[in-house]
Ligand binder design. Structure first.
Ligand code: GTP
Ligand code: MG
Length: 574
């Protein structure tokens, strides 16, 4: 980041010199130089704009996307439409900034206007449909249906539909096997799985549509996405975690000192949790009964963090709405910041998450599994352990924070620096291949039985309790984010780490081959440790290697609940 600013400053200096130099030249030469100058200027402006965009804080990005979503509508369309005619029709209400088409239970379009007035004008012109044999809930949302009279335009090209789902494991394996190196494979994996711009816009739009429902009760509320939708580690198809943010309601505008003051009369609940449960319960009912496209609504109010879960059909997203969950938003900002500091962070997180999913280490169903959030924190911790470290500790991010970064949530100090240019990174040139290999070695030999993972200190700490896996919650430091993980799941993780580390040490796995998966793609094949997969792993070439792995793993067999071979831990780390 700092480097790109440096480059921009250099460009400006060079341009200044060029302008002065041009003044003393012949007119013809000047024209040539002027056009070169303007081309250079345009190039510099583009780079400056890109650098400015890149250096925006997490909050600034969220704010911008939220605002774009408020100027957008989601329209279900017939599959074959004349795109130009469609846009001309909508443009009567104002300038269209962006639009895209995608498929989810039929064709849909997201249209972003340049001003909110266009939405008001559009809504004025739309009717509530007359439905036969049923009755319609007269709720005017920004989820619309396009009626296209007569035959649909068959001689016009169909609009391009943007993909919103991830490729299958087989497709990924195929794609990766075509790359030239493992580093290229890991970069390609991130590019293939990461959320697209359009998918992120759609996530913000769904939050904004939901806000329109909650806004009927709490006009100042905001519904914000958090978790992998915004922390830069989201994979196409991941859920949308949402927070109902009521902070704007609590903000007071009354000036003190006039003597008199008024207060709202309010209903009181037994605790903050009880109030959150009651608000979510009502909003859950509204989403269920009035929210177009929202199906399968479940209110899970007794959970540690009460939530309303539902599927939003027009976007195809599974949504979890929570309230009063500001720490989780701060965790998303922290992960976003770590992801921005070095491109290897995201590549490693995407690879580890994909590897874990392929081997059912993680699951979409809640249970005793390791979660994606825990895995990401484990990658961050590993990168803090490198020599020199690739990532700074959370304490260091707190030290670098300015006065405006100060943030205390429910007594927890959640302060972190927001200006990335204040962070100086050390020079570390490890390749992705090396990092992935050593990630597996590191956790294949980590003393989980006695140590906890602590990204605040960037050091292992003595485990304060006897749970199988202890990963300190970055902000609520007395909590363990992996309390749910049982010994069996941890043992599976450790065994798979060892197997993958071992596989990556075998030269044959790194040999490029067009007819069988190699490198990272080979790590996604069924594992020998899962039993069922022994026969299916690279049938011809790796069958002997599979038996060796099995023997090796048998010799390392975990005994008496001790998940780690302690002897190896010192050697294997770094
Ligand atoms: P996906 O699996 O892609 O959805 O990843 P995710 O990061 O969105 O995880 P998930 O949907 O499970 O949780 C959403 C967010 O809630 C995470 O990113 C964290 O910020 C937060 N979170 C999840 N689990 C915990 C936990 O155990 N403790 C705390 N404090 N926060 C959690
Ligand atoms: Mg999530």
């Amino acid at each position: 980041m700092a480097a790109s600013f440096g480059v921009c400053r250099l460009h400006f200096r060079a341009l200044g010199g060029l302008d002065k130099f041009c003044l003393g030249l012949e007119p013809q030469t000047q024209v040539r130089f002027t056009s070169t100058t303007s081309a250079l200027k345009a190039q510099t402006e583009k780079k400056t704009a890109k650098a400015a965009k890149e250096s925006r804080t997490f909050q600034a990005i969220q704010e911008e996307r939220k605002e774009e979503a408020e100027r957008s509508v989601l329209i279900s369309c017939p599959p074959k439409i004349n795109e130009k005619k469609f846009l001309d029709y909508l443009s009567k209400h104002g300038t269209i900034n962006k639009h895209f088409f995608y498929n989810s239970y039929g064709a849909n379009a997201v249209v972003e206007f340049s001003s909110r007035e266009s939405i008001a004008s559009l809504k004025e012109s739309i009717n509530i449909p007359a439905v036969e044999h049923e009755a319609a809930v007269p709720f005017k949302s920004r989820l619309l249906s396009l009626k296209w009279p007569g035959s649909q335009s068959s001689n016009h090209p169909m609009p391009k539909f943007k993909e919103q789902s991830p490729p299958s494991i087989n497709e990924i394996t195929q794609l990766l096997s075509e790359r030239d190196s493992m580093d290229e494979q890991l970069q390609c994996l991130t590019e293939t799985l990461q959320l697209t711009e359009e998918n992120i816009s759609l996530r913000f739009l769904v939050c904004s549509l939901l806000r329109d429902i909650a806004g009927a009760y709490f006009p100042e509320c905001i519904i914000r996405p958090f978790g992998s939708s915004v922390n830069s580690f989201g994979k196409l198809g991941c859920d949308v975690d949402m927070i109902l943010d009521l902070d704007g309601i609590y903000a007071t505008s009354q000036k003190k000192g006039s003597g008199l003051s008024l207060e709202y009369q309010v209903k009181r609940g037994a605790s903050e949790r009880a109030v959150t449960q009651s608000i979510l319960s009502v909003i859950g009912k509204c989403v269920d009964q009035f929210g177009p496209g929202c199906v399968g609504v479940q209110s899970i109010l007794q959970a540690r963090c009460p939530l309303v879960r539902f599927a939003h059909q027009p976007s195809g997203f599974q949504c979890d709405l929570t309230a009063n969950n500001r720490v989780a938003m701060k965790s998303s900002e922290l992960l976003f910041l770590y992801g921005k500091l070095d491109p290897r962070v995201r590549h490693l997180v995407f690879s580890v998450r994909c590897w874990a999913r392929a081997h059912s280490i993680t699951s979409s169903i809640p249970g005793a599994w390791i979660t994606n959030f825990s895995l990401t924190v484990m990658v961050v911790f590993f990168l803090q352990q490198r020599n020199p470290p690739i990532l700074p500790t959370l304490d260091r991010l707190k030290e670098l924070a300015g006065p405006s970064d100060k943030c205390v949530i429910e007594g927890n100090d959640c302060t972190i620096v927001s200006d990335l240019s204040k962070i100086t990174l050390q020079q570390n040139t490890d390749t992705l291949e090396k990092l992935l290999q050593e990630f597996f070695e590191f956790y294949g030999n980590f003393p989980f039985n006695k140590a906890s993972i602590n990204i605040r200190k960037g050091k292992e700490q003595t485990k304060p309790e006897t749970t199988a896996l202890y990963i300190q919650n970055p902000f609520e430091t007395t909590l363990n984010i992996s309390k749910n993980v049982n010994a069996t799941q941890l043992e599976r993780f450790v065994a798979l780490c060892r197997e993958s580390a071992w596989l990556l040490q075998q030269k044959e796995i790194l040999k490029q081959s067009s007819d069988s998966p190699w490198g990272f793609a080979a790590l996604l094949l069924p594992s020998v440790t899962s039993g069922a997969g022994v026969k299916s792993r690279r049938k011809r070439k790796l069958e002997p290697a599979s038996s060796r792995i099995k023997n090796l793993l048998d010799s390392l067999k975990i005994k008496g609940g001790e998940t780690v071979a302690k002897k190896g831990s010192a050697n294997a780390r770094r």
